[in-house]
Ligand binder design. Structure first.
Ligand code: FMN
Length: 250
């Protein structure tokens, strides 16, 4: 396999949504390192990102992306928001059934998290709802066609939708890993609309040319592609160099 060199490695949901734990208090108040006051942009340091998880199939992609972000030293802070439907799908596909929202990050990551803040999707007053709060970009993975529609039409009724809207208006990176099949004309038009507004449509369509050894490999490679588009290229990422390199490397 050919790898990129250089950068480092790659209760009930109702209770959680009701706010068993509401948005975490300000960073300093929790004894966590406060974010430096800075404008968005990757040039000046480690990234602060939003990870939105909505109710499309593919919770395993959210899990792997969170793991990669957690282990990436170029990432300072991850703001994790999961929609009510996202929680349902996580329970269905990953067996996650968190009684408290505070448990969700570690359950999703499959282990302890160090830089992930969990925000309620209903908390429209959370930090990331404002353009004045500095984040470098946002990924919604998996992104439901419902969320796509809301974002494409500037309807910000949840924190995920609002944070995505903020990314567009502030001209920040927004990656929508949409998943559904087949796609209706409405879905396709919404993709064009979101693309025209500055979002990057990144459908969950994994590649096979790297000869994945299994689902984990397939998921990892897809997530590495997403992260490369955030400026966080991963060592684990396969890069196609033509059939001649395959015969050269075995
Ligand atoms: C198990 C399960 C799988 C689903 N898979 C998809 C999917 O792949 N794509 C999609 O657009 N919606 C899917 N849905 C429907 C969405 O969850 C639903 O439209 C929901 O309202 C989206 O809300 P959200 O965007 O706030 O998460 C699924 C729902 C369930 C329960």
């Amino acid at each position: 396999m050919i790898r990129l060199g250089g950068q480092s490695g790659c209760g009930s949901d109702a209770a959680a949504e009701r706010g068993a734990v509401t948005e975490s208090p300000p960073a300093g108040a929790r004894g966590e390192p406060a974010l430096s006051n800075r404008s968005a942009g990757t040039a000046r340091g480690r990234q602060s990102l939003v990870l939105g998880v909505t109710g499309a199939s593919g919770a395993v992609f959210a899990r792997r992306l969170l793991q990669l972000l957690e282990s990436d030293p170029r990432v300072e802070r991850i703001h994790l928001v999961v929609s009510g439907s996202g929680l349902k799908v996580m329970r269905e596909e990953l067996g996650i059934d968190a009684g408290k929202s505070s448990e969700i990050p570690a359950q999703l990551a499959g282990g302890p998290v160090a830089k992930t803040l969990y925000l309620l999707d209903s908390d429209i007053g959370a930090s990331i709802a404002s353009g004045s709060y500095p984040v470098d970009g946002m990924v919604v993975i998996p992104c439901s066609t419902g969320c796509l529609a809301q974002v494409a039409h500037g309807i910000s009724s949840t924190l995920i939708e609002r944070a995505a809207d903020v990314c567009l208006k502030e001209r920040r990176k927004l990656i929508l890993a949409v998943r559904d099949t087949p796609l209706s004309r409405i879905h396709l038009e919404n993709m064009l609309r979101a693309d025209a507004a500055g979002a990057e449509i990144f459908p969950i369509m994994p590649a096979f040319y790297h000869h994945p050894k299994g689902i984990d490999d397939l998921v990892t490679q897809f997530c590495c592609r997403v992260l490369a588009h955030l400026g966080l290229a991963q060592e684990e990422q396969f890069r196609w160099q033509g059939p001649e390199s395959r015969s050269a490397t075995g």
